[in-house]
Design a protein around this ligand. Structure first.
Ligand code: MG
Length: 257
């Protein structure tokens, strides 16, 4: 009887530990909260430089594919912008990239609903593994007077690096990301040689200063690296209630870092 109780307790302890390792909360960080900075009003889209590849010029999504099946991207293009269609799932670039500088504009709609992570959530995945459905995310979220774990707010590398400040404009206004991505380097055998590095500006303000990534960004569990050479860029359909996010003026400059 005593032995059976002991074995039961052992089993229970093991199960509890297993569950504790697999909770999303385990990788949430709530402090310190980055200071709010008012970046001023949106002052106009920068024209793409002449060495840039235009990923969206306001007219069509020819450069993008559905991440659910690889067919045409099923998001809606209207009035020079495109908007998330939740039912269509995420989208990714047809091209693959290694190191680059990216400009992207995004807008949380007026009348956005929900709170925390369920409020204007999308994501810029700087490299996306199509086969595994994982990647390296800079969070896109309404972080204007909307608190959440700070390693999951707008401008965070998701559940890794907290942004230096919070320069988010209110819903209905355009936001900009300018990102420098240096892909991780792997040996021929797939061993990590150098981690990925990210520098990012949010509404023109530095939020990530050449940070070292710990691996792919996960909702649950610790980051890990999986080897790749080049990868598409992915935009997330998160599935929040209410009106959806929009994007425009996306261009990329390939780098050889
Ligand atoms: Mg996201």
């Amino acid at each position: 009887m005593k032995l059976r109780l002991f074995i039961s307790l052992l089993f229970l302890a093991g199960t509890t530990q297993l569950q504790a390792q697999n909770r999303p909360e385990d990788t949430e960080v709530w402090e310190p909260v980055p200071p709010v900075v008012d970046p001023g009003p949106f002052a106009g889209s920068p024209a793409p430089p002449d060495d840039a590849i235009i990923l969206f010029d306001g007219t069509n999504l020819d450069e993008w594919a559905s991440t659910r099946g690889g067919g045409p991207a099923g998001w809606e293009v209207e009035d020079g912008v495109f908007s998330v269609v939740q039912a269509a799932g995420g989208i990714h670039t047809r091209r693959q990239f290694r190191d680059y500088q990216l400009h992207l504009e995004w807008r949380v709609p007026e009348g956005v609903m929900g709170s925390g992570q369920a409020r204007g959530n999308s994501g810029l995945f700087m490299a996306w593994d199509l086969a595994r459905g994982q990647g390296y995310e800079i969070q896109i979220l309404d972080s204007y007077e909307n608190s959440t774990y700070v390693n999951g707010m707008a401008g965070a590398t998701y559940k890794q690096s907290i942004p230096l400040v919070n320069p988010m404009r209110p819903p209905g206004q355009w936001q900009t990301y300018d990102v420098i991505w240096r892909a991780p380097r792997f040996s021929d055998g797939g061993e990590l040689l150098e981690p990925a590095r990210v520098t990012a500006f949010f509404n023109g303000i530095l939020i990530q200063d050449n940070i070292e990534m710990e691996g792919e960004t996960y909702y649950i569990g610790q980051p890990e690296y999986h080897p790749f050479e080049t990868a598409p860029i992915h935009l997330q359909a998160h599935g929040d209630p209410g009106p959806t996010l929009s994007f425009r003026n996306i261009w990329i400059r390939e780098l050889d870092l």
